[in-house]
Design a protein. Structure first.
Length: 393
């Protein structure tokens, strides 16, 4: 991996130290070019006409995303963002009163809210598997709950937004397959950070965004849909004319592939940007990407732990590239502001972003720092120096 070349390919790094890839990464030139070129084309010839002219490149974008996830293009649906992907998948499950959604205590905040909405509106029961003592879901307890409670759906966030935890998505997938349970994985923070193979994972749905570690644009996402889902005839609750054909006065027919989970209106420039980001990632060795990102994160955790008043919050048998910490006497959002004044990008969270996780850790929130393969040790040096000034001042 030629890091200087990859850094030179990222214009934003000339202006900022970017340690917020878990929020929104800096796009490389090929992604920027794909977006700008299509917007320029729309401006010259019109939106519909530009989409028609770019049809081949749009189709290729499905192929790039499919390659990234280890699947076929017709199993990929493009969406506006990860939540749109997740909601479309969730809405396709034919829940009945008393059905169970089995999840973990480290699921994404929006997902947790959606499960509670299902419980409120349809009488679905939300069950959360307990954590293991070392952090992350207790796999033995998860298997026992799948066996005893027979959930209609198991939903897991592979890498929570509130910590560096990496959940064992493959083992949970094997449990679901063994008992014929639908399995939905939120891969928002994992895609682009580590190798992903949805077939090996055994999931029925995999939802993700373009803007995070994948280094694509905001306002774009995608959804993997398994053969089993399509064979069972599952479809989103509210398909539109892209996801289905109206073939009779009282009859419609869903699309035969994953595009039944899409809606008609797209920002095609962002779809092309997503395809370019996936192609960029495919050209890298994702195992090397994972090794570098996790190595920088591990170094950062070790060095943060030496700062007075700092508590590193990440727990689990496997930790990824997201680093979270609390600082005694300092509000995380204020730290983000102070760091931005020094040209360093991070992000912060409060308790409501991860109620179960942060309550268990006894904190009201966290400063979140997320290096990636384009970062260098000098970026960590600058961050640590700035934090020493801020918290010691």
């Amino acid at each position: 991996m030629n890091v200087p070349e990859l850094r030179a390919d990222t214009p934003g790094l000339a202006h900022r130290i970017h340690l917020n890839h878990a929020g929104a990464s800096l796009m490389p030139r090929p992604v920027l070019d794909a977006i700008r070129d299509h917007v320029d084309l729309e401006a010259r010839i019109g939106g519909y006409e530009a989409a028609a002219e770019a049809a081949g490149a749009i189709e290729a974008s499905y192929g790039h995303v499919a390659e990234l996830l280890g699947t076929q293009p017709d199993r990929i649906a493009m969406t506006e963002h990860a939540t749109a992907s997740f909601v479309a998948a969730l809405s396709s499950i034919p829940f009945e009163r008393g059905d169970i959604v089995l999840t973990t205590r480290n699921d994404y905040v929006s997902n947790q809210i959606q499960y509670l909405s299902l419980a409120h509106r349809f009488g679905v029961e939300v069950v959360r598997a307990p954590d293991a003592p070392e952090g992350g879901v207790d796999l033995e307890a998860m298997e026992g709950l799948i066996h005893r409670r027979r959930p209609r759906l198991v939903a897991l966030t592979q890498c929570p937004t509130s910590s560096g935890l990496v959940q064992d998505a493959e083992t949970v997938g094997a449990m679901c397959r063994a008992r014929d349970v639908y399995y939905l994985v939120d891969g928002c923070q994992s895609v682009g950070q580590m190798p992903v193979d949805v077939e090996t994972m055994g999931c029925d749905f995999f939802s993700a965004t373009s803007r995070k570690y994948l280094r694509g644009p905001r306002g774009a996402g995608f959804l993997f849909v398994s053969d089993r889902v399509l064979d069972a005839g599952l479809e989103p609750l509210f398909p539109d004319m892209r996801g289905a054909d109206w073939i009779g006065e009282d009859l419609y027919q869903p699309a035969p592939d994953a595009r039944r989970f899409e809606t008609w209106e797209f920002a095609w420039a962002l779809v092309l940007g997503t395809g370019a980001a996936a192609a960029y990632a495919n050209a890298l060795d994702m195992a090397s990407v994972q090794e570098r990102a996790r190595g920088l994160a591990a170094e950062l955790r070790e060095r943060l732990a030496a700062l007075p008043g700092c508590t590193v919050l990440d727990r689990g048998p496997v930790l990824g590239a997201t680093v979270t910490a609390s600082f005694e006497g300092h509000v995380p959002a204020d730290l983000v502001t102070a760091l931005r004044r020094r040209g360093i990008n991070t992000s912060s969270q409060t308790r409501i972003d991860a109620v179960l996780d942060y309550d268990a850790k006894g904190v009201d929130g966290a400063l979140r720092m997320s290096p990636h393969y384009v970062n260098e040790t000098s970026d960590l040096d600058a961050l640590l120096h700035a934090l020493e000034e801020i918290v010691g001042g």
